[in-house]
Design a protein around this ligand. Sequence first.
Ligand code: DGT
Ligand code: MG
Length: 242
Amino acid sequence: AALAGVVEYRNVTFAYPGAESPVLSNISFTARPGQTIAIIGSTGAGKTSLLSLLPRLYDPAEGQVLLDGVPVDRLDRAEITKRVALVPQRPYLFSGSIGHNLRFGKTEATDQELWDALRVAQGESFVREKKNGLDSRISQGGTNVSGGQRQRLCIARALVTKPRVYLFDDSFSALDVATDARLRAALKRTTSDATVIIVAQRISTITEADQILVLDNGRIVDRGTHEELLETSPTYQEIVES
Ligand code: DGT
Ligand code: MG
């Protein structure tokens, strides 16, 4: 069957195991192939928690998370991993070569596929500059590459798997504004038929999103395009001005 990549959260409420109060309350939205949905909100608002429910790092207490109309708890985990790529907020690299790290989700990827992904992720030149290219070693935790390089390698790693759905958790914040803009333009070209959900800190990262969800204290308090929210959302205006 064709995998479209429609993501739907339906009245989702979620609390961490053992916690008393929910960190997400009554979350509903739909993200379709070709769309970019952005999530913005202050620290602790629940952005990372929200993303974590799609790849089933956790399951909601109430409501449903659906992928192509099927509740994710009825899908095989391997199936979800194949369709959904999460670039985590703290991107993780393990000790091994760059190539090894990039093939994490798709061991059979060719070198050409890795370079293609690196080009999109704006990581091609710094890998080419290394004497051993894709064979260059990354130390445990990626401590011998910068934060921005680490983010770009983790974005490239996601691209290599060619998923239907991308979840970017604050993946652009360690990049300068120009690199951020180039990367997103390249992403837009190569992922034009995928579903993209972006958590962001910087407004400039998300002004072109099809829909922005403003998350506050675990609730979607406002939603709309950048222009709409500038008119209608005091919470959004506060974020823009901060
Ligand atoms: P950020 O990344 O600092 O901008 O914040 P968000 O919006 O990603 O927030 P999130 O989802 O990490 O945290 C929401 C709330 O949930 C916050 O009060 C901290 C709490 N929380 C996060 N992770 C865990 C966890 O693993 N266990 C428990 N018990 N609470 C957690
Ligand atoms: Mg977070």
